[in-house]
Design a protein. Structure first.
Length: 457
């Protein structure tokens, strides 16, 4: 199946109210995106499914919503102040800076595992120029955290950062959860939240943004059996992508990350990559963070992070396995996976074959003719009844039926219901299936039952 380009997806998403460019009224702001009515509905459907899967239906997982702005010492302890950087290189003419790894990638060179010196040598050997065609000059490290100040002072004492990851908020609250609930090991703390990274060159639509959301949990374990728990969580992550989001196994690559490429805190990392039109790109992963974070916070804060194993005198700082899911990237993968083009009676049709339970709109209700009061009245009655039962229901009486079908197909609405003259006499309606375009007549109750059954995972 041919891959849909990100440009095509972006066009559809703007046209149909999924995603808009951030600050578009003033010319836009790179790396920022606003979710429209259908986009936020799809996003929340994914969020609710994730929370149900990994929190509500899982034993010993506790929810959390931590702050975005934290004490600056948090980022010292986590290593972000010292190491959370990308390499940039300067155009000697314009003085603009570009991500070095992106320039290499654009010229067919993988930067994986390369040092800064090796990357610069590759630039020299291949005579790589800036996007403007100018010579490249000095390179340096650029810290990706957004710096801000708390309160009226602007000195170093008031400096902190917008969080680049949700994990540290979880580690700060580890002792609070233990003191409040005293859970048995293993246990997890889950949260979904916004993160901020001052990307040098955000690109590839919503894939690489300056503001994004992460769904993740930290799973606290004894270190002697981490491999067993890692495999369990790995299988749970596979189930999420294959059976919950319904992504094709051909489009997911599970990649073991070598030591030279892993984050500074990780002892083992596996990435889940989706095959977009731009190639396989990371949408989630699992990292074994050992006790790196809790030990560092214990050292810098002076607070004891040990866990006392119930019924014993054993004390330990738990190790951590972290499954992480990029919400925006997961959503983008769902859109890419569901995009379809076909022909109906010689006319091109675009539709999103979304899993019914993720679709922003579950069913659309149409009166066949909007100038026939009795048909419109019945259609409105059915619409209100369905909306009460299903919530995500659309009303459309504009244009001909064919155009209404095309509009709903493009946003992934699984079913369209048309009320006509026969509906007035026999109480049946026409229901049309999005993927097959097949139609049949059923009673209102039968249609409601069919739709309800189809949107359950």
């Amino acid at each position: 199946m041919q891959k849909v380009s990100l440009e095509t997806l972006a066009s559809l998403c703007k046209r149909r109210g999924f995603i808009y460019q951030g600050s578009e009224l003033y010319g836009g702001m790179a790396g920022t995106w606003d979710y429209g009515p259908l986009g936020i509905s799809l996003k929340r459907n994914i969020v609710n499914l994730w929370w149900q899967t990994f929190v509500e239906d899982t034993d010993n997982i506790y929810g959390l919503d931590s702050t975005i702005i934290m004490n600056q010492k948090v980022w010292e302890a986590s290593g972000h102040v010292a190491t959370f950087s990308d390499q940039v290189i300067e155009d000697v003419v314009t003085k603009k800076q570009y991500r070095l790894d992106h320039l290499l990638e654009d010229n067919g060179i993988s930067s994986d595992g390369l040092t800064l010196v090796q990357m610069l040598k590759a630039v020299e050997d291949k005579s790589i120029k800036s996007p403007e065609g100018n010579k490249l000059g000095k390179a340096s490290n650029f810290n990706l955290m957004f710096r801000t100040n708390v309160g009226p002072e602007t000195g170093s004492a008031s400096t902190t950062y917008l969080r680049p990851e949700t994990a540290q908020g979880t580690f700060l609250n580890y002792k609070n959860i233990v003191d409040s609930f005293y859970p048995d090991l293993p246990f997890g703390i889950a949260q979904i939240g916004r993160n901020f990274r001052n990307e040098i060159s955000p690109r590839d639509y919503i894939f690489r943004s300056r503001e994004f959301e992460i769904m993740e949990f930290e799973y606290f374990i004894k270190p002697d059996n981490w491999e067993k728990h890692f495999e369990i969580l790995l299988n749970g992550t596979k189930d999420w992508y294959f059976n919950k989001l319904k992504l094709s196994k051909d489009n997911i690559r599970i990649k073991e990350i070598g030591a030279e490429e892993r984050a500074h805190y990780s002892k083992r990392t596996i990435d889940f990559e989706y095959n977009f039109s731009i190639g396989f790109k990371e949408v989630g992963g699992i990292a074994y963070r050992s006790d790196f974070d809790l030990k560092n916070h214990q050292t810098l804060s002076g607070k004891n992070m040990e866990y006392i194993v119930k019924g014993t005198t054993e004390r330990l700082v738990p190790h951590v396995i972290e499954p992480t899911f990029g919400l925006d990237r997961n959503l983008l993968a769902v859109l890419a996976e569901s995009y379809r083009e076909d022909e109906i009676n010689g006319e091109k049709r675009v539709y999103l074959s979304l899993p019914n339970y993720l679709a922003p709109v579950k069913v659309a209700v149409f009166p066949l003719l909007k100038n026939k009061p009795e048909i419109v009245e019945l259609a409105r009655k059915i619409y209100k009844h369905f909306k009460k039962e299903l919530k995500f229901v659309a009303w459309d009486d504009s244009g001909n039926i064919g155009k209404r079908y095309r509009k709903q197909d493009e946003v992934g609405t699984p079913f369209c219901i048309t009320i006509d003259y026969d509906s007035l006499s026999d109480g049946t309606v026409t229901i049309r299936d999005r993927d097959t375009t097949k139609q049949k007549r059923l009673s209102i109750d039968a249609v409601l039952e069919l739709v309800k059954n189809s949107i359950v995972l």
